[in-house]
Structures are given as structure tokens and as C-alpha cells.
Design a binder for this molecule. Structure first.
Ligand SMILES: C[S@@+](CC[C@H](N)C(=O)[O-])C[C@H]1O[C@@H](n2cnc3c(N)ncnc32)[C@H](O)[C@@H]1O
Length: 354
């Protein structure tokens, strides 16, 4: 008998890291919604069975369009990572402030589609914002709508992602007497996947900055690299930034895992803040991938990571192709939920949907 696939709606889908992880866990992603065109192009290119909608989720019109696309289909799960810039509580718990409208979009969608479950992902700072009042208000709102809500800060590295990336995740289960239990970590500090294990097989690009479509130069060196390559035999998005000579000379002075503090006096002083001139540490997971600020460098080569290297650290499989210019691609990768973390949550959530 064919296994039932649960239907998912992904709001603020970006390029679709969260969708990809749920797809890997066996879900059917019906629709991804975002207002960023390049991210949606990447989403459409890589999620063949899903539709995309370009729309502003703070507008009621977008919800009408979502309803039209979904038609009579039952949405089992709503997933989403609304940005929380400028999140504000003006006055006593004024959650309905204009600036919080993107969170309200998640509430609105759950209200309209009444899914069996929802997942919201956000930065860990959301947990303590206004002494936890924002988090508590989100839980309260969904609880009032009949959901049993659990929230927890989890770390991507615990689920096989070569990156220390902590995220606050809310899971709501409709009419459930039990709360969601987050998946048991598959990894711990002793066996975290390291930067070197994640990207050592990718060309160094020391003599040539490479191109968007290229070839692998060596076989995969370990299970992680085999997993990322899958059946893929073309190397996409592995193109280096053409750094100025002074950048290459400066980073050459920073050791594996070091930063600006390791530079001799008078060198690299134009960037002298906390994260400046940081090299990934080869035998550790990377720090949180950003959206391309160019402060992080390869653990060995004198350049920033390529989009493919960052994508590896976010556990996007190698056949996931990023579209747009380099800045847009970096943003898509940096904004995403790591696929393997999303997959672990999706696999656990299935147990509650049956
Ligand atoms: C953190 S990213 C989501 C990443 C995504 N969950 C993933 O795993 O790839 C947030 C997304 O929200 C989108 N966004 C921000 N404001 C929006 C709005 N008003 N309407 C629709 N999308 C919006 C941004 O374009 C961005 O792609």
C-alpha cells in the first residue's frame, strides 16, 4: 500500500532549506510563499513537485491567492521561518503591533487552514526577547486556537549538520493531549561533523576562481561527502570571490581557527571587530553561516567559502542549485534552515500525524 504523504505549506520559504528537509522526510510540499524573487526562482528550480507564490505575507491579498492555489487540498502541516527584525512589544504585551505582522501571518495561516501541526523556526534570541514575553505570547495564542505547543532551542550540529547553528523551534499539535518531543540528537561534541569532513573534497580554487558549473576533482572522502553528493556528478555554485591581493595576504597570516587577534600589529586593522578575519576551524563544525558578510574564511585556502561550501555546511545536497548573483545566492544559503535539521524534525513529527 502506498504510504500517505502529508501536505505541507511553507511560508517565508526562501530558497527552501526547510522544505527540502521536510521533502527528505517524505512530505509533499504543496506550496512555497515568499516575496523575494531570486529565492523563489531557486525554490522552483529545486522543488519540482511544489508550486511557488510570490507575495507579501503581510497582505490579506496573498492569503486569498494561497487559498486559490491550495483549493480543496487538506494542508496537514504549516512550516515557516518569519523574519523577526524589529519585533516589538509596545505597551503591555502589544503583540498586535504593526511590526509583528509577519508573526501574525503564521497565526493567520494556521487559523485559515487548521493544519494538524505547525512548525515555526526563529533565532534563539526570540526566546528571551522582552524577558520571554514574546515567546510566551506566541505559545498562548496558538494554545487558544487548540494547539499543544512545545518550543525549544536546538543546535543543528546535534543532527549531523557541520555547523553550530542554534534555532528556536515551536511545534504545535492540534487537539493533542501530548506535546511534541524533539528528536534525540544523532551527534554530540565527540562526533560532530567537522568543516574539513564537510568540504575537503571541493577544489581549492587557488589558481583559478572556478565557475558556476564545474567538475569534482576527487572522489568523496567520507560518508558525509558521499551523502551530500548522492547521484550528483556536476559541481554547481563552486566559484570563489576574486579577492584583492591585500585580503589574500592578510588572511594568509591567520591560522586555522584563528581571527584578527592573530594578525601582526598594523595588519588588517580596517576590520577589527569580534568576527573579523575569522578562519573556520578544520576540526570543528563551522560557526553559524551568515548571509555573505565576508568575515569568514576557508580553514585552509585564502578566500571566503564558495556558495557550494556554505551550502554543504547547511547540508543542502550538491544537486541543489542556487540561482541569482553571488550576493543573492549567499543570502539564500545563509537564511536557510539546515536541511538535515529540518529532516530530523520532519521525521519525528510524522509520528504525531499518524
Ligand atoms: C529566514 S528566511 C526563510 C528561510 C527558509 N525557511 C529556508 O529554510 O530556506 C525569511 C524569508 O522571509 C521572506 N520575507 C520577509 N518578509 C516577507 C514578507 N512580508 N512576505 C513574504 N516573504 C517575506 C524573505 O524574503 C526570506 O526569504
Amino acid at each position: 500500500m502506498k504510504k500517505r504523504q502529508y501536505n505541507v505549506l511553507d511560508l517565508f520559504c526562501g530558497c527552501g532549506g526547510l522544505s527540502k528537509g521536510f521533502e527528505m522526510a517524505g512530505y509533499n510540499i504543496v506550496l512555497g510563499v515568499d516575496f523575494n524573487e531570486p529565492a523563489l526562482k531557486t525554490y522552483a528550480y529545486n522543488h519540482h513537485g511544489s508550486k511557488t507564490l510570490k507575495g507579501d505575507l503581510s497582505s490579506a491579498k496573498t492569503f486569498e491567492e494561497i487559498e486559490q492555489i491550495i483549493g480543496r487540498k487538506k494542508i496537514d502541516v504549516i512550516i515557516g521561518g518569519p523574519p523577526c527584525q524589529g519585533f516589538s512589544l509596545t505597551g503591555p504585551r502589544n503583540f498586535d503591533d504593526e511590526r509583528n505582522k509577519l508573526y501574525l501571518a503564521m497565526i493567520e495561516s494556521v487559523h485559515r487552514f487548521s493544519p494538524t501541526a505547525f512548525m515555526i523556526e526563529n533565532v534563539p534570541g526570540m526566546a528571551t526577547l522582552y524577558k520571554g514575553e514574546v515567546r510566551d505570547e506566541i505559545v498562548r495564542r496558538f494554545t487558544k486556537m487548540g494547539y499543544n505547543v512545545t518550543c525549544k532551542i536546538i543546535c543543528a550540529a546535534d543532527y549531523g549538520v557541520p555547523q553550530i547553528r542554534k534555532r528556536l523551534v515551536f511545534i504545535g499539535l492540534k487537539d493533542s493531549t501530548r506535546g511534541f518531543e524533539f528528536p534525540t540528537p544523532s551527534h554530540s561534541v565527540e562526533n560532530y561533523v567537522t568543516c574539513e569532513q564537510a568540504i575537503s573534497d571541493l577544489p581549492s580554487l587557488v589558481d583559478d576562481i572556478g565557475s558556476d558549473v564545474a567538475e569534482y576533482v576527487m572522489p568523496p572522502q567520507n560518508d558525509f561527502q558521499r551523502l551530500m553528493r548522492g547521484e550528483c556528478n556536476v559541481l554547481y555554485n563552486h566559484k570563489a570571490v576574486d579577492h584583492k591581493q591585500f585580503v589574500k595576504d592578510t588572511i594568509a597570516l591567520v591560522p586555522d581557527g584563528g581571527n584578527w587577534k592573530d594578525l601582526p600589529k598594523g595588519v588588517g586593522e580596517s576590520r577589527k571587530f569580534h568576527m573579523a578575519w575569522t578562519r573556520y576551524k578544520s576540526d570543528r563544525p563551522s560557526r553559524t553561516i551568515d548571509t555573505g558578510h565576508r568575515n569568514n574564511f576557508h580553514y585552509k585556502w585564502n578566500r571566503c567559502p564558495t556558495v557550494r561550501e556554505s551550502a554543504r555546511l547547511q547540508t543542502f545536497p550538491d544537486d541543489f542549485v542556487f540561482i541569482g548573483n553571488k550576493g543573492q545566492q549567499d543570502k539564500q544559503v545563509g537564511n536557510a534552515v539546515p536541511c538535515l535539521m529540518a529532516k530530523a524534525i520532519g521525521e519525528e513529527l510524522v509520528k504525531y500525524l499518524k
